[in-house]
Design a protein around this ligand. Structure first.
Ligand code: NAI
Length: 307
């Protein structure tokens, strides 16, 4: 297969001063992209600053790549604007954005502190939007763009103690899907990666061995950032060399008699059919779900029954 090159392309990777973001930045640069390496360089809870981004830029340059450092926060609209403006100032365009910056402030739901909840939402969900909107505008002008949003299995499947993080990560999927739908006619594709890798964020839960090295996630991010990628509106899981699709589907379900209004007892009686996934479809937009319901809706409309 022909090599995937990012030569002539410009990529922005947020939170690229360490962990997974560093691996993405190195791989994108190795494939020829000029990379804006963004990171505030704080601790895991988002406090403090270091020049982590500059260290990764030095690494990329030492390997012959092109990179610039940026220390703006993703968590404000001004920070998001500043990050994209820095990429345009340094390299003239923005072809790919990897929304990777993240913090953790885990607490069980009953003990949740709203300042922590808001800080986590600000970096993950709002941060992804603050960086992506100015990038979207640049990409729309170019008629080309690739977004990689970083979510988590805490958002797709849930995880104890991670109500702030999981809700922000699930919100990122909603954002990415709307960007995919709105971007497609401008040549802008948008996908989500739920990584699994050994970093400071996961050192307590993932095995301390090379199976979960961040470098195993970077190939998917490089592909999704490239011109070769034609997928959009997809969510992927990637870790330890395993790559899979995560999807939200609609079961075939159960349809009440079109002439009747279902009761709570009817719902209880048919619950096993309602949740049975053996037959399902995957709508690619909200209107597509409505289209799938159209035959049921028409049958009900024909009977004239009302709830
Ligand atoms: P990490 O803590 O090494 O990386 C996160 C980076 O984001 C840090 O370098 C941090 O300084 C930076 N950052 C934090 N707040 C920022 C802000 N306001 N502006 C700019 N940069 C900021 O952790 P890791 O594991 O590399 O995480 C990267 C992304 O992957 C995160 O979004 C995380 O939620 C996600 N993720 C990681 C998983 C894993 O298995 N490691 C699992 C699922 C998701």
């Amino acid at each position: 297969m022909e090599e995937i090159s990012l030569s002539g392309r410009v990529a922005v990777v947020t939170g690229a001063g360490g962990g997974l973001g560093r691996a993405y930045a190195l791989e994108l640069a190795r494939r020829g992209a000029a990379v804006l390496v963004n990171d505030t360089g704080g601790s895991l809870d988002g406090t403090g600053h270091t020049s982590a981004a500059g260290v990764v830029v030095d690494e990329i340059r030492a390997q012959g790549g092109r990179a610039e450092a940026n220390g703006d926060t993703v968590s404000t609209p001004e920070g998001g604007e500043g990050i994209i403006a820095a990429a345009v100032d340094a390299f003239g365009r923005v072809d790919a954005v990897v929304n990777n910056a993240g913090i953790l402030r885990d607490k069980s739901f009953g003990k949740l502190d709203w300042d922590d909840f808001h800080a986590v939402q600000d970096v993950h969900l709002r941060g992804s939007a603050y960086v992506s909107q100015p990038a979207f505008r640049v990409m729309r002008e170019q008629g080309f763009g690739r977004f990689v949003f970083i979510s988590s299995n805490a958002g797709t499947f849930g995880s104890f103690g991670q109500s702030s993080y999981g809700s922000a990560k699930a919100g990122i999927i909603g954002l990415a899907q709307v960007v995919a739908i709105e971007g497609q006619r401008h040549g802008i594709l948008s996908n989500v990666v739920c990584p699994l890798a050994r970093t400071r964020m996961t050192e307590a839960v993932l095995a301390q061995n090379d199976a979960f090295a961040p470098g195993h996630v970077a190939p998917l991010v490089a592909y999704l950032s490239s011109e070769r990628c034609q997928e959009t509106h997809q969510v992927f899981s990637a870790g330890a060399g395993h790559f899979a699709r995560v999807f939200t589907g609609l079961t075939a379900g159960w349809q009440a008699d079109p002439a009747e209004v279902a009761t709570a007892e009817d719902v209880a009686e048919h619950m096993s059919r309602i949740i049975d996934t053996s037959s399902h479809s995957i709508p690619l937009s909200a209107p597509e779900e409505l289209e799938m319901l159209a035959p049921y809706v028409a049958a009900r409309a024909a009977t004239g029954s009302r709830a």
